[in-house]
Every structure is written in structure tokens, then in C-alpha cells.
Design a protein around this ligand. Structure first.
Ligand SMILES: [Zn+2]
Length: 176
């Protein structure tokens, strides 16, 4: 790789909970694998999991709409190839930088989400459109959110594991 060539880093706002996905029952040495980069995974997360429009997702990653379109196209093809062909998926690499972000929570529906620093304060909850939203201070938000749904990795790698169940209702009015 030539030195000194400027690299446009893509912003990502989470780290994956698992780095390798592998079909059950097939020895690893027999498997082909698709390499999914962190920016490709982030594109999938924003567009396909969160359902964001490509403009918004591109802005969040700090790339142009066209670049985002190429990233996500590649990402989808790799995932589809792995599923169809029975390949494993390894998540690694990519020119990325972790985004520092602020965390907001909706007091209507309890939805919480992240907003990168350097962007406007959100006006309404993306889930229910309520405007009663508040900033949530949280330690080490950039450390390892995003995984954390499972219950088996508690204390495994620092912050971010072991939340999940009960989190929604954890702070307040769990009307009963
Ligand atoms: Zn809401």
C-alpha cells in the first residue's frame, strides 16, 4: 500500500459483538470466507437495521451518498454470498474511525439512540416522533455498545456487555 496517500476514513458508531460468523457443522478449514469491513458492517447497520435513508446514513458515516451506495452494495453482496454459498463471514479492517456520540432517550416510548457529535440535536424520537426526549449521560458510550443483547458475555470485554434485558424499563415509570 503506497505511503502518504490520503485515506478518507469512514465514521462508525459501534463495534460488533462478534467478529466471525460460521456455518454450523463444517470445519473451519473447509470454509471459504467473506471479509466484511467495519465500514461495510456500519452501512448495513444504518441502512438495513435502523432503516435510515441513504442520505442520512451517508452523513452519519461522513461519506458521500454515492460512496455510501457502493459500500452498502458491496456489503449486501458479501452477506448474501455467505448465506447462499455457506461461507463464513469475518468482520475486520476498513478505513474507519470511531465516532464519539451522545445518547438520547425518549420519555414517551423509552427508545434510546445515539447521535454523533458535531450534528444537530435531534428534535423528536425516531421511533414515535415524540418531542419529549432527553440527553442521557453514560460512561464510556463509545466503548462497546451495539452488542450486548446476549447474556453469556457478561463481564467479557469491559463495558457494553450484559445489558439488554430490562434495560428499557430500567429508568423509571414501568407502569404496572
Ligand atoms: Zn419515542
Amino acid at each position: 500500500m503506497p505511503m502518504g496517500r490520503p485515506v478518507c476514513r469512514r465514521r462508525i458508531a459501534f463495534q460488533p459483538a462478534a467478529r466471525v460468523f460460521k456455518p454450523a457443522g463444517i470445519p473451519g478449514r473447509c470454509l471459504d470466507e467473506e471479509i466484511l469491513s467495519l465500514d461495510e458492517l456500519e452501512a448495513l447497520r444504518l441502512a438495513d437495521l435502523e432503516g435510515q435513508y441513504q442520505e442520512a446514513a451517508a452523513a452519519e458515516m461522513g461519506v458521500s451518498r454515492g460512496t455510501f451506495g457502493r459500500i452498502i452494495e458491496t456489503a449486501r453482496r458479501k452477506v448474501a454470498s455467505a448465506l447462499v454459498n455457506g461461507y463464513s463471514i469475518r468482520i475486520t479492517g476498513g478505513h474507519v474511525t470511531m465516532t464519539e456520540y451522545r445518547r438520547f432517550q425518549c420519555s414517551e416510548c423509552g427508545h434510546d439512540w445515539n447521535v454523533p457529535f458535531g450534528t444537530d440535536r435531534p428534535e423528536a424520537c425516531p421511533a414515535c416522533k415524540s418531542q419529549s426526549i432527553q440527553r442521557v449521560e453514560e460512561e464510556a458510550v463509545s466503548a462497546g455498545r451495539g452488542g450486548g443483547r446476549g447474556c453469556c458475555h457478561r463481564g467479557g470485554h469491559g463495558n457494553g456487555g450484559g445489558r439488554g434485558q430490562g434495560r428499557r424499563g430500567a429508568r423509571g415509570e414501568n407502569a404496572s
